[in-house]
Design a binder for this molecule. Structure first.
Ligand code: HEC
Length: 701
């Protein structure tokens, strides 16, 4: 039933070589077959390329595979090998893993599926049964970015903060730990990594209010080995480390009351030779620096890359990409390791294209700044100076709303980049967008709720009128040595897929508008494309089974931009529909159809009497509590969360029960009776009805 590809012997050899020199990383080690093969350290270090053993392909997270059966000359004969329906309309951000013939993929609500990687045949599903009531604690969709493999187990983090070890053969839980600290609303969306026998996991929550940290658990029994905080707590309680004591000198006021932020929700990378674990940290709580740390300061270690000792979690060095962040510019984006020839020297670098719009190249041995250049339009800073510090422009938005680029979506976010060693280029999906920032002077910390400190009412004036939001999205090929663009290809809308580099000159990327495409990596020429039936955001993988190479991707439009991007997201003309697709040369499987886009907005037949003042109040409540999932201006973006302008009369009739009594909670619609009464709900509903009327008039011929 399960194909097992052994690489143990070679890997062990490679491991012993690796102790003296590094250089096993590009070996293709598909040798023979045995049973009972575990994913051990040797195999992880040898980076067995017939498999896809870790989130980024290898510890260096390059998302490059030397597999070359599929190449420039034959890629046009790729055909669908199989597809698997993950039975969800919510967004998919997962990179699958493949080991010993089995593909492991996480679906919405932190559900894990094991499939035969050659046929797509279902083996087992593990559902952690995340309580749907906690949907409100999750900023950007009920997503999961992937699993980790070690020994005979697969590890996942869940939306409700559990880290779970699952038996690879049976799909049964081996152990489970709660990674949360009870005072903050944490969630896990990122993929764990296993380093030196420890499962490394961070969490999310800084938009609501949380103190960030990253933890290491013993892969064998789930015991906590270490926890490293990313921001200081209340000094009155003492500091956990010298790093925290130092960080506290860069904060002011009573930041710890809202947690401070800095959650570690995505990027992790590891250099086995330097024995350094690289961690990307997120934005602060609240986003607004003047509210978070009145009196200023860089607010370490927000929006930073941290290098930690994997056995103790001790901080070795840090580099802050956005000092004193005030725009939600996380540095949780993909951290990619490579050795580059810079000014005649081979430098061990790490690369990151964080939300703030600068492409950073940092010496990964010591955190020394090498270079940074903007890869999108950036207005918050003019440049990064020679010391590695961004030089800010005036974006003081305390009194006056300011339009700033990039937006909180980031010029680049979690969709992973890839590095092609043959072209020397990094490939990433970019969204060149701005946003309006205005401080909410009346902000006060509200536990467990959105605590951005941004005045949501400013959106009334700017709405979704696209002239104020001119933006573009593109696939970018970037030269990290010269720090310049080599080519770009426009995308129809934002939030396109992560990339995969392979062979001599191939690049794969899925698109938001529902295609999976192969490009020539050197010049971006399109070589092949296939429809997918839904938008693609996640990163593809490649692997080999019984002499056949596969390219696979987990697809499914939804999550942050699809939920909250309104008209801009609708341009993708796709809808949610979580699925895994795998292609091979000559594949002839039939693609199941995707859901068609919604038609014109119907004129609402339901009516509520209301005044303009009430509808304005309804709009403010909606923008604060509903727009993150249902879209600004009540315009849904084709995600699995309903576009409320299309609500049936019968749904309108139970609207108060949906919002106040949890009638749709099993489907992921939280209840709001802790915040709203019937009067509030009526005003929200009246405003939505007006948006439906406006929408129907716009869609009328
Ligand atoms: C965390 C995400 C989230 C937030 C925040 C949210 N919703 Fe929902 N909502 C959903 C999901 C998911 C569904 C679909 C539930 C289902 O399929 O049963 C839904 C469904 C609904 C429905 C039923 C729509 C239909 O056509 O069936 C209404 C009405 C609704 N939401 C109103 C609201 C209002 C009003 C707010 C703000 C007070 C809000 N929602 C906030 C996720 C959210």
């Amino acid at each position: 039933m399960i194909h097992r590809h052994a690489s143990g012997l070679f890997a062990l050899l490679c491991y012993s070589i690796l102790l003296s020199i590094s250089g096993c990383a590009s070996s293709d080690v598909s040798i023979g077959q045995t049973d009972d093969l575990a994913v051990d350290d040797a195999r992880l270090l040898a980076a067995d390329r017939s498999s896809w053993l870790t989130h980024g392909g290898t510890y260096a997270e390059q998302r490059y595979s030397p597999l070359s059966q599929i190449n420039e000359s034959n890629v046009d004969s790729l055909g669908l090998a199989w597809s698997f329906d993950m039975q969800s309309e919510r967004g998919v951000e997962s990179t699958p893993l493949v080991a010993d013939g089995v593909l492991y993929v996480t679906a919405p609500w932190s559900i894990l599926h094991a499939l035969d990687a050659a046929s797509g045949e279902h083996q087992w599903t593990f559902d952690p049964l995340v309580p749907r009531s906690m949907a409100r604690q999750i900023c950007c969709g009920v997503v999961n970015r992937g699993a980790a493999l070690y020994a005979d187990r697969v590890f996942i983090g869940t939306l409700d903060g559990r880290l779970i070890a699952i038996d690879r053969d049976t799909g049964r839980e081996e152990w489970s730990v709660d990674t949360r600290e009870p005072e903050w609303p944490y969630s896990i969306t990122g993929a764990p990594r296993v380093v030196e026998g420890k499962v490394i996991i961070g969490n999310a929550g800084a938009d609501l209010g949380a103190r960030g940290y990253v933890s290491a658990y013993d892969a064998e029994n789930g015991e906590l080995v270490w926890r490293t905080y990313t921001v200081p707590g209340n000094p009155a309680n003492g500091f956990e480390s010298a790093a925290m004591e130092y960080a506290a000198t860069t904060w002011n006021g009573q930041w710890w009351k809202a947690g401070g932020g800095g959650t570690v929700w995505d990027a992790l990378a590891y250099d086995p030779e330097l024995r350094l674990l690289y961690v990307g940290t997120g934005n602060g709580t609240p986003h607004v620096r003047w509210l978070r740390s009145p009196g200023g300061g860089d607010n370490l270690y927000l929006s930073s890359i941290l290098a930690l000792r994997p056995d103790t979690g001790e901080l070795v060095w840090h580099y802050q990409t956005t000092p004193g962040d005030s725009w939600d510019y996380t540095a949780t984006q993909h951290i990619l390791l490579a050795d580059l020839e810079i000014d005649g020297r081979t430098r061990k670098v790490l690369m990151q294209a964080p939300k703030n719009g600068f492409f950073f190249v940092i010496d990964r041995t010591n955190g020394e700044f090498i270079s940074a250049k903007p890869f999108a339009n950036v207005t918050w800073a003019s440049h990064v100076d020679e010391s590695g510090r961004p030089v800010e422009t005036d974006t003081d938005y305390r009194e006056v709303a300011k339009f700033v680029r990039p937006s909180p979506y980031g010029a680049h976010s979690w969709p992973p980049m890839s590095f092609h060693p043959k072209t020397g280029l990094v490939y990433l999906p970019v969204r060149d967008m701005g946003a309006i920032y205005k401080m909410d002077a009346a902000w006060d910390y509200k536990p467990g709720r959105w605590n951005t400190g941004i005045d949501m009412a400013v959106y009334e004036d700017f709405g979704s009128d696209e002239s104020d939001f001119s933006w573009e999205a593109y696939l970018l090929a970037w030269d990290p040595i010269e720090q310049r663009e080599v080519w770009r290809l426009p995308h129809i809308t934002a939030f396109n897929g992560g990339t995969l580099s392979t062979a001599d000159n191939l690049l794969f990327e899925g698109s938001a508008d529902g295609r999976f495409v192969a490009y020539r990596a050197s010049d971006g020429a399109k070589l092949w494309e296939s429809p997918v039936g839904t938008g693609v955001m996640a990163g593809p993988i490649t692997y080999e089974i019984d002499g056949e190479q596969y390219v696979a991707v987990a697809a499914g439009w939804g999550a942050s931009f699809a939920m909250s991007g309104g008209d801009a997201a609708l341009r993708a003309k796709v809808r949610g529909g979580a699925r895994v697709l795998a292609w091979k040369l000559g594949g002839d499987a039939v693609l199941p159809p995707g859901r068609p886009p919604l038609g014109p907005v119907p004129a609402p037949s339901y009516a509520i009497e209301s005044t303009a003042t009430e509808r304005r109040r309804g709009m403010i409540l909606y923008q604060e509590e509903c727009s993150v999932c249902h879209g600004p201006g009540a315009i849904g973006g084709g995600s699995g969360v309903p576009d409320l302008r299309y609500m049936a009369e019968s749904t309108h009739a139970v609207f108060p029960r949906i919002v106040l009594e949890g009638l749709r909670e099993p489907g992921g619609m939280p209840r709001f009776d802790d915040l709203f009464d019937a009067g509030d709900v009526r005003m929200i509903q009246a405003w939505i009805l007006e948006q439906a009327r406006i929408g129907s008039e716009k869609s009328a011929p």
